[in-house]
Design a protein around this ligand. Structure first.
Ligand code: ANZ
Ligand code: ZN
Length: 824
């Protein structure tokens, strides 16, 4: 038995796969294609985390099996390399993010290669490569052409101390992550992308894809479709003006006793001359702006607000004057930013009304509105023409009434907001627009793309809130492409989500200079057949990229409406003990160390074995030791068995294998289970099954021959099949054993094993039932019937009952798979 040299074996096969291009996807192959995708990593300075390989290995296993099942597989990799860490490092040290990024990519590439992943390295892409972001810019211009990219004043997070705009993730509990000082909202003109226009399609088309339920649900919640009505409230008196609200409960309009607008609502500034307590209001508004959305929407907290004195609104059905309030529980970005308050039937309104002593009128019977708002079903009361109706009928009737009187209309509202598509930062794709005083926003001509990021001296955003690009005057100042007068380049860059919104398309044709990808190649490879990624990306990234693809589909630039046929998700890997892995806790496990100590096969198999794939799971050193012992045992048993098989064959003999043997049946069951478990991402139980099979192999072994060699009762075919199902998990060891079996091609060029269904059914036996040693019955049962079940069955037998004649058995003896003897 040869000793297993992990390092040598793993390096050997990694080189082999790369040289023979075993895993490169072949464009236009006649075979059926299978396109697997993982979320390409951000190449951070910390290098690969043990969390990364969990997702990568899972799809790697799926890809290797699919390849063996005859598919033309594509499993690409690249770098989502624009991002804050490189930029912050640049701010701190002055090192160009390009340099940092290149260095980090080198580390990531080496680490990923050391894991033996079946990536098609010839398709590697990098979102910060001008040849890549040229097409991101080109697509932005398509959005712009179609009116889906527009500019709007939007609040940004502004650190009053650092005097820069912050990304959302840099604001921690309302404070600047760097300096700890207060962050406030500041309005700034920003580029926006109209994803809201696609809200309905993004929702309904979820029915056409196979996403795990919890993922679809997150998409549905994020899109947040609500049906209801828009209602128009006129201002009282000679005052010109109106306040529009969105409500899901137009039926409760008779119970609307006051209105509330968000602090940002235009009505405040528009009517500031009429508002008699304007300075008090102004103060409230300023305070509210400093709170985060989360702080404002917390349901439980104490309601705050102030009345806009001097103006009133008119309830359109009662014609009564009602007060108008400003309160921060009304969000500016949902609906119209104003509500009709119905304190009897909305808990937030109820709390507010109680605090400020506002009238509460019950309009749906069934609750006790003295105690709390009643949100349940019931019949309408105090509601004139709605009285006696049940809620859904009242909703319909009121909506019709509003439409007839031009006071409102049926409306569908979405929680999904348009996408803020600019950042005032350096390390992102420049937005390819030239701002001209005469012509407005003018696209950079296509032939001038890419607009390459110029070199700057300082990477901080400027203290006016502009990106550092704004300081490079000779880059900014440029003649307008339309009219030729002096104009200025847009200095905002794109958000981190841009490059990842279409990378799966570029993989289909990564080196194309004339298009983002060749149409025929896109037609061949798209859609992605299986996409796995983190739950933290099943909202924004998934939505953005689906939207982006849908837009391109509309423009007839891509062949499929949906980019991903299937989406699944892995659980996080936590540190030993179950806490989040982090530098500060000192519990980060470095994959390099694990590979060095145990090898890639052990790391891979361990990560698949450590727990259900979709659940978070804690790292466990004992667990990895167990997997290491398992793979060592595989090596010892199989390399010796292969040697024995070869010896038999060279002697012209037939290796012994009892075809009907228990072990062969178990092998077939194992093949079936591993096949199905891989398809269902139940990797842990697949590994467990292989472990249990190996135990059966070693316990059935016998010493044979003069040298006392161990014979494991597996012939060439059995041996081959086990190595094949092990191969996706421990590909290096499997290749090595495969080669020992006498093959020169990669094991992944061989065919995935089938199984004999006759072997799968558990064997039936005839359980012999005796009383005091005399046979009294024979009962058919599964071979593996438990002692408890067998005894119960035996005692139930009619014949046994007759012979027992009510006597209590003294003792019951059970011999597994054979008999039950009742002693009386
Ligand atoms: C009157 C009413 C009566 C409401 C009632 C509810 C119950 P969803 O289901 O999430 O779409 N609303 C509307 N815009 C808001 C905003 N900008 N900030 C905070 N709340 C807002 O919620 C729709 C309901 O949320 C709307 O229906 C409105 O209150 C409130 F018995 O109008 B409702
Ligand atoms: Zn111009």
């Amino acid at each position: 038995m040869s000793k297993y040299n992990v390092k040598k074996v793993e390096a050997k096969w990694q080189k082999f796969w790369e040289k023979k291009k075993v895993f490169s996807g072949e464009d236009f192959s006649d075979k059926e294609k299978f396109y697997a995708l993982i979320e390409f990593p951000y190449p951070s300075g910390e290098g690969l985390h043990v969390g990364h390989p969990r997702s990568y290995t899972a799809l790697d296993i799926i890809v290797r099996k699919k390849k063996m099942q005859g598919f033309n597989t594509l499993y690409p990799i690249g770098w989502d390399a624009f991002g804050l860490p490189a930029e912050n490092y640049a701010i701190k040290t002055g090192t160009h993010p390009k340099k940092t990024t290149a260095k980090n990519i080198k580390t990531f590439r080496r680490q990923l290669k050391s894991l033996g992943l079946a990536f098609d390295w010839s398709r590697e892409i990098n979102t910060t490569d001008p040849e890549y972001y040229k097409w991101t810019q080109w697509m932005f211009l398509k959005f712009f052409e179609k009116g889906l990219a527009y500019k709007k004043k939007m609040p940004i997070n502004w650190c009053t101390e650092c005097k820069i705009g912050l990304a959302n993730e840099e604001v921690v509990a309302g404070k600047c992550e760097r300096c700890g000082n207060a962050v406030e909202k500041r309005d700034k003109e920003q580029w926006m992308i109209k994803i809201s226009e696609y809200a309905e399609r993004l929702l309904t088309d979820l029915e056409t894809v196979e996403y795990w339920d919890k993922i679809s649900k997150q998409q549905v919640d994020w899109i947040g479709r609500s049906e209801g009505a828009e209602v128009i409230f006129r201002l009282a008196g000679k005052e010109e003006g109106e306040i529009r609200v969105f409500t899901t409960r137009p039926d409760t309009l008779f119970g609307s006793t006051y209105m509330v607008v968000a602090p940002e609502h235009e009505i405040i500034e528009k009517h500031k001359d009429k508002i008699t307590n304007y300075s008090e209001i102004k103060e409230y508004v300023e305070k509210a702006k400093r709170k985060s959305d989360l702080e404002r929407s917390e349901l439980a907290k104490e309601k705050t607000g102030a009345e806009l004195k001097g103006i009133k609104a008119i309830n359109p059905v009662t014609n009564k004057k009602i007060s108008i309030w400003v309160a921060d529980y009304v969000l500016p970005s949902y609906g119209t930013g104003a509500i009709m308050a119905v304190p009897a039937h909305d808990q937030r309104d109820w709390e507010f009304a109680k605090k400020f002593k506002l009238p509460i009128i019950e309009v749906v019977s069934g609750g006790d509105i003295k105690k709390e708002a009643y949100v349940g079903d019931g019949t309408m009361v105090n509601s004139d023409f709605l009285d006696g109706l049940i809620v859904p009928d009242a909703v319909k009737k009121m909506t019709e009434w509003l439409e007839e009187h031009n006071l409102g209309a049926y409306e569908v509202n979405y929680r999904l907001r348009d996408w803020v598509f600019s950042r005032q930062r350096y390390w992102g794709e420049p937005i390819p627009i030239i701002n001209c005083e005469r012509c407005g926003h003018v696209p950079v001509p296509e032939e001038e793309l890419p607009v390459v990021l110029p070199n700057v001296k300082k990477y901080e955003p400027t203290d006016t809130g502009e990106s550092p690009l704004a300081a490079i005057r000779d880059w900014v100042e440029i003649p307008c492409p339309k009219c030729g007068t002096q104009a200025e380049r847009e200095t905002d860059t794109m958000p981190n989500w841009a490059g990842s919104s279409w990378y799966f398309l570029r993989y289909c044709d990564p080196n194309n200079n004339d298009a983002f990808a060749d149409k025929e190649k896109l037609k061949y490879w798209m859609p992605v057949d299986w996409y796995n990624g983190g739950m933290e990306h099943t909202t924004l990234h998934l939505l953005y990229s689906r939207f982006w693809n849908k837009f391109l589909f509309n423009e007839k630039l891509v062949p499929t409406d949906e980019p991903y046929k299937k989406r699944t998700s892995h659980g996080l890997i936590l540190g030993e003990g179950g806490e989040k892995m982090s530098k500060s806790r000192g519990n980060v496990v470095n994959p390099d160390e694990v590979v060095k100590q145990y090898g890639a096969d052990v790391l891979r198999t361990y990560e698949m074995f450590m727990g259900p794939f979709d659940q978070p799971v804690a790292w466990d050193t004992k667990g990895i030791e167990g997997v290491n012992r398992f793979l060592n045992k595989v090596w010892n048993v199989f390399s010796q068995q292969i040697a024995m098989i070869k010896w038999y064959e060279s002697e012209g003999g037939e290796p012994i294998r009892a075809k009907e043997d228990q072990l062969v049946r178990e092998l077939h069951r194992t093949v079936k289970k591993v096949t199905e478990d891989i398809d269902n991402m139940r990797f842990n139980t697949a590994v467990a099954q292989m472990m249990s099979f190996l135990n059966s192999v070693t316990s059935a072994a016998e010493s044979v021959g003069p040298q006392d060699n161990v014979w494991y009762y597996l012939d060439r075919d059995d041996t081959r099949d086990f190595i094949k199902i092990l191969a996706p998990f421990a590909p290096h060891m499997a290749e090595e054993l495969w080669q020992q079996l006498g093959h020169s091609e990669s094991i992944f060029e061989s065919e995935w094993p089938g199984y004999n269904p006759d072997f799968i059914a558990l064997e039936e036996i005839e359980l012999v039932i005796q009383i005091n040693g005399k046979v009294r019955d024979r009962i058919k049962t599964p071979a593996d019937i438990s002692e408890e079940d067998a005894k119960e069955l035996a005692l139930k037998s009619e014949n046994v009952q007759k012979h027992l004649a009510g006597k209590e058995p003294k003792k019951i003896i059970f011999i597994a798979g054979k008999l039950v003897n009742i002693v009386i």
